[in-house]
Design a protein around this ligand. Structure first.
Ligand code: SF4
Length: 371
């Protein structure tokens, strides 16, 4: 089973730290864009070259962006219905929509629920209103609470909140306020990302005046968040993700398990039939039917190791052997044992994994292991 990703490249305004591909919704022809997504599902003309030998069976659909909620629930419903008609979608598919709290209401969730959406991901970023304003988010904390209530009232209880570490002027005390809020809402999933200052963003231009917490403080924040959430019943199941048991994101876990997925929309990436390919960051080109571009072959040994080590479960030797037909390399286990002595990895007879300390420097550890 593959995952289906639908990219909605529109946002109400551009957040000052964001370098994702998105355009302002007020200038966009949303109906034409939705028509192009539907055209792609029906004809596959932009991706057929890569998907024609593969069965398109999906057990997850993920609407990401941008801000998918700005296209309205009926447009989301049209895309879901078309996908169900033209692809093989399992009855119990996980269907997620990313939402911005300021673009949704009761009616929106009522319709989403009717169309089969069973999971939402809310970009909250912080429970401290002043921190959210600095990130260009204008909903206040009470609005976030009422959006959660609204979704629950319509039966959507699988809710994820996004939070950010390293926000301008964030302190350990203000982070605690956010963590307490997260725990009090009783949502079953939390994603936590460290703010990174990307070239071409407003934050990049103003980096010197942002008053950002220093790198050591951000690392302390990460460890503190992880510990507090784990003490409250969350599993820190991936570097940036926490879930109550059974609420891990099925769609995103496909990426870390090196499983296949099809992306539709500008800037979306796909991995089908052992090939990675993508659509350019250009909405008009997508509407005009521009074909996806080949990137690389995917799913080799190193890529699998790199992705699986993002999960707290790490690499299970038996699964590795089933997938690649060889034993897990002894030279990697030897290096992992050195990292274990530093408290950065665990090594057992069944597999290897990063510890929470190891998550903090995962890029370094992974490159040492596979080089
Ligand atoms: S809402 Fe999300 S995608 Fe849109 S500009 Fe803000 S961070 Fe970027």
């Amino acid at each position: 089973m593959k995952g289906l990703y639908i990219h909605i490249p529109f946002c109400r305004s551009k957040c000052p730290y964001c370098d994702f591909y998105s355009c302002l919704s007020k200038n966009a022809d949303i109906e034409t864009y939705v028509g192009s997504v539907i055209d792609e599902i029906k004809t596959g003309r932009r991706t057929k070259e890569f998907t024609q030998n593969s069965e398109l069976c999906f057990d997850t659909i993920y609407f990401g962006g941008g801000t998918p909620s700005v296209i309205g629930a009926d447009n989301i419903g049209k895309i879901i219905n078309c996908a169900k008609e033209h692809y093989n979608i399992t009855d119990d598919a996980e269907i997620t929509v990313e939402c911005n709290p300021s673009t949704v209401d009761d009616d929106f969730f009522r319709k989403l629920s009717f169309y089969g959406v069973n999971r939402i991901s809310l970009g909250m970023q912080s429970a401290v209103d002043n921190e959210r304003k600095k990130l260009g988010r204008f909903s206040d904390r009470n609005q976030v609470l009422s959006v959660i209530e609204s979704a629950r009232k319509q039966g959507i209880t699988n809710i994820s909140l996004d939070v950010m570490l390293g926000i301008p002027e964030q302190t350990m005390t203000s982070l605690d306020e956010t963590i307490d809020f997260l725990i009090a809402t009783d949502v079953p999933h939390i994603s936590a990302y460290m703010l990174s200052i990307e070239e071409g963003t407003i934050f990049h231009k103003r980096a010197d005046s942002l008053n950002l917490p220093d790198e050591d403080t951000v690392c302390d924040m990460y460890m503190h968040l992880s510990e507090k959430l784990r003490n409250s019943g969350f599993i820190h199941y991936e570097i940036s993700n926490f879930a109550k048991k059974g609420y891990e994101s099925r769609h995103n876990t496909k990426y870390w398990n090196c499983e296949e997925y099809l992306g539709i929309g500008p800037s979306s990436h796909s991995f089908v039939d052992g090939k990675r390919f993508f659509s350019e960051r250009d909405t008009n080109a997508f509407i005009n039917g521009e074909k996806a571009v080949y990137d690389t072959s995917g799913g080799d040994r190193d890529e699998y190791i790199m992705l699986r080590l993002r999960l707290s479960e790490g690499i299970i030797f038996e699964e590795f052997k089933n997938r690649f037909g060889i034993d897990f390399p002894a030279e990697i286990i030897k290096k992992a044992l050195d990292f274990e002595k530093q408290g950065l990895m665990t090594v057992s007879v069944t597999g290897i994994a990063l510890t929470t300390d190891g998550f903090l420097i995962s890029n370094y550890i992974i490159s040492e292991l596979i080089n």
